[in-house]
Ligand binder design. Structure first.
Ligand SMILES: [Zn+2]
Length: 100
């Protein structure tokens, strides 16, 4: 019996949300390999909160490339847009979820 089986593989399979959120930019920038992309998308399929975050990031990226004409945005701008988009998404959700 071999002791000390590495848990690494398992952690790699089961992405937790914070890891997904951290990697979403890579996914959007096409900077992750096919395996990572598959894992991320698999997680997004089953995790509404990460999927929502992904949607926010995607809008953010589109906005940044429109405003800056490139993929590099200053961190301050990125952060500000993130807050704005997040707010509008929250408002939309509230509208959809409101009692009629
Ligand atoms: Zn998640």
């Amino acid at each position: 019996m071999s002791a000390g089986v590495p848990e690494r593989d398992e952690q790699f399979e089961i992405l937790d949300c914070s890891a997904v959120v951290a990697d979403i930019w890579l996914l959007l920038d096409n900077e992750c390999d096919a395996g990572a992309r598959e894992r991320l998308q698999g997680h997004l399929d089953g995790c509404p909160s990460c999927l929502e975050h992904y949607g926010v990031q995607r809008q953010l990226k589109a906005l940044i490339s429109r405003k800056c004409g490139g993929d590099a945005a200053p961190e301050g701008l990125r952060e500000r847009l993130r807050v704005e988009i997040r707010r509008s998404v929250t408002i939309q959700q509230r509208t959809f979820g409101a009692d009629q």
